[in-house]
Design a protein around this ligand. Structure first.
Ligand SMILES: Cc1cc2nc3c(=O)[nH]c(=O)nc-3n(C[C@H](O)[C@H](O)[C@H](O)COP(=O)(O)OP(=O)(O)OC[C@H]3O[C@@H](n4cnc5c(N)ncnc54)[C@H](O)[C@@H]3O)c2cc1C
Length: 391
């Protein structure tokens, strides 16, 4: 960095890119510690503050997109004493010059935080209706989804991960005929051991969700007012709406193009520092010390630590054990999966929809759990027994 660049960037604001839970949580935590340093948030969307987990339970609660919005960008700017630029996409980062690129515009930063989240994985589907498949990953997607949802009807959901199962339960509660299609032989593979997944599957089926596991959608055709979904198994489902919930992946293109290290996400250490000086990342887009955890609790802990760092006290995040609640009211589920590579085995007990599955190492130490139905009440006690992710 030249002395001219140093002078320019020390007068520039701290810039946060992204107005999701990560970007706004960080701004909130930072303002608790520092009310003077200029702060700017730049976001590709309209900057509305909302809680993304509400998107998959909003329908049966009768919430429109406007009702899920907590505050608009103007209110957030005032509350957090920051400039907010909405509908503005960052197109490049010059880490040497400490400048952001927005098309041909160049904007200096003192420190930069990438809170750019994750993007939906899109399926390669054929057929005349393939372009009509909806994914729901932000408030404007939710608004489109609510507008396209007919009064009553048939919805096919592609993907039986946490989000697919939550949408299935929510729409079924809202009176829709719901079919859930996924290549895995169980719901939430990778998150739930098979017995716990079996309990959720049975509960969804009892609610009337039609499960099509071990197969995939191959083509979607529009036939008059209906969509026809052809599965690899040969079965054909008829739908009014098709929702894809096949997964998300961290947005890394911007960071990669700027020469930052990336893996599954934007690579950062426990102080959320990327490979470039004065550039940080947190939230769904970040891979923290090798781990990508796309949930709210990890990003909140990261926001608290990073706020301290930005305020002058370099702080590493310490993630404790962080269970995830799956919002399937037909079978409440709490899960804290063992970290990948953990050695041990699952043991489970089942009574109806109630499953207690625990993952222990050879010495009997608890390393993970999955609880469904009434057993989910044991979540707190078991979480206390788990070792933290970062000791
Ligand atoms: C339906 C659903 C239900 C969920 N339920 C739960 C749950 O129950 N519990 C739980 O813990 N987690 C849940 N999650 C996950 C949780 O919501 C996310 O971990 C969290 O919201 C991620 O926040 P984020 O700020 O990192 O990303 P995002 O909310 O994706 O925000 C990214 C921001 O970056 C902006 N952006 C991206 N690229 C650019 C660019 N180039 N220039 C400018 N701006 C840019 C976007 O416009 C956006 O404002 C759920 C997720 C979904 C989709």
């Amino acid at each position: 960095m030249t002395s001219e660049t140093r002078e320019q960037s020390s007068a520039a604001p701290i810039v946060i890119v992204g107005s999701g839970l990560a970007g706004y949580s960080l701004a909130r935590e930072f303002r608790k510690l520092d009310t003077d340093t200029p702060l700017m948030l730049i976001t590709a969307d309209d900057g509305t503050s909302y809680s993304k987990p509400m998107l998959s339970t909003g329908f049966s609660k009768g919430k429109t997109a406007a009702e899920l919005a907590q505050a608009d960008a103007g209110a957030m700017a005032e509350q957090l004493q920051m400039d907010i630029r909405t509908s503005t996409r960052i197109t490049g980062i010059d880490t040497d010059a400490h400048e952001l690129q927005i098309g041909s515009e160049r904007l200096p930063y003192r420190k930069l935080v990438l809170a750019t989240g994750a993007e939906v994985i899109t399926l390669d589907l054929s057929g005349s209706g393939a372009g009509e498949v909806l994914s729901i990953n932000d408030l404007s997607d939710y608004q489109r989804f609510r507008e396209r949802l007919p009064e009553a009807g048939r919805v096919v959901i592609l993907g039986a991960g946490l989000i697919g199962c939550e949408f299935a339960n929510d729409l079924r509660n809202g009176g829709y005929q719901v079919s859930l299609v996924a290549p895995s032989v169980q719901v939430m593979p990778g998150l739930l051991p098979d017995e716990a997944a079996g309990a959720v599957q049975d509960a969804l089926a009892q609610e009337g969700v039609s499960l099509h596991l071990g197969t995939t959608a191959e083509r979607i055709d529009r036939i008059g007012t209906e969509l026809s979904v052809t599965l690899a198994s040969g079965e054909v489902l008829t739908a009014d709406l098709v929702v894809s919930a096949v997964g998300l992946r961290p947005r890394t293109a911007l960071a990669r193009a700027a020469g930052l290290s990336t893996g599954h996400g934007i690579a950062v250490n426990r102080a959320q520092e990327t490979s470039a000086p004065d550039v940080y990342a947190l939230g769904d887009g970040a891979e923290v010390d090798g781990l990508v955890l796309m949930y709210v609790l990890p990003l909140m802990a990261s926001a608290r630590a990073l706020a301290k760092t930005l305020a002058g006290e370099r702080t590493e995040v310490r993630w404790g054990a962080m269970p995830v609640m799956v919002k399937t009211p037909c079978c409440p589920t709490a899960v804290c999966p063992p970290l990948s590579g953990a050695e041990g085995s699952w043991e489970s007990q089942r009574q109806g929809n109630s499953v207690k599955a625990v993952f222990r190492d050879a010495g009997g130490r608890l390393l993970g759990f999955a609880l469904t139905g009434d057993a989910a009440l044991e979540k707190q006690a078991l979480t206390r027994e788990l070792p933290p992710i970062h000791s």
